[in-house]
Design a protein around this ligand. Sequence first.
Ligand SMILES: CC(C)(COP(=O)(O)OP(=O)(O)OC[C@H]1O[C@@H](n2cnc3c(N)ncnc32)[C@H](O)[C@@H]1OP(=O)(O)O)[C@@H](O)C(=O)NCCC(=O)NCCS
Length: 157
Amino acid sequence: MSAAESHVMVDVELKEVTKESWPEVMNLAFKLEQGGLVAPNFYRVREFKAEPTFVQLAIFHEENVVGFAMYGLDPDDGKYWVYRLMIDVDQQRKGFGKAALIKLIDMMSELPDCDEIFVGYRPENFVAHALYMSAGFKRTGQMLQGEYIARLDLKEK
Ligand SMILES: CC(C)(COP(=O)(O)OP(=O)(O)OC[C@H]1O[C@@H](n2cnc3c(N)ncnc32)[C@H](O)[C@@H]1OP(=O)(O)O)[C@@H](O)C(=O)NCCC(=O)NCCS
């Protein structure tokens, strides 16, 4: 049984960001900035790139974009990271973040060279902490650029 099947979850779909979904993604990133939920300029890429370094995913619920996440192999450390998991302010606390993270983990588990996943979050971000811990991530004890680093060992799943 996959991680996704072992949870009763709201329905979300992860689809690569396209030119069409890009404005909606930017809108929710902007709302999060304005709400103080993410640092100003948290999301710096203002233009859609057809071939980004990391895979950019729009999180859909019933045809609407409710969130965004990005993952990929960081060329600096050769490790797989999930970056910028975010859910629209008006759509938070409905289970979308958790459902999207579980789907993303399942998706990344299928990659032939991915046996661990790293994330970073600010120490005061207790929601991100709870979310990642509930999905099986454990803090490494490391801090990078003011963020706690946590790791999920896919071999233990
Ligand atoms: C972190 C974030 C993605 C969570 O998304 P979400 O859809 O609101 O989360 P969910 O509804 O799936 O809840 C996930 C878990 O966090 C808990 N949680 C969510 N919001 C909470 C809050 N405001 N207070 C306390 N707990 C909260 C839930 O209880 C849930 O835990 P569970 O396993 O017990 O159900 C969202 O808050 C967000 O976009 N934050 C801003 C960006 C960010 O901080 N990203 C992560 C670091 S880069």
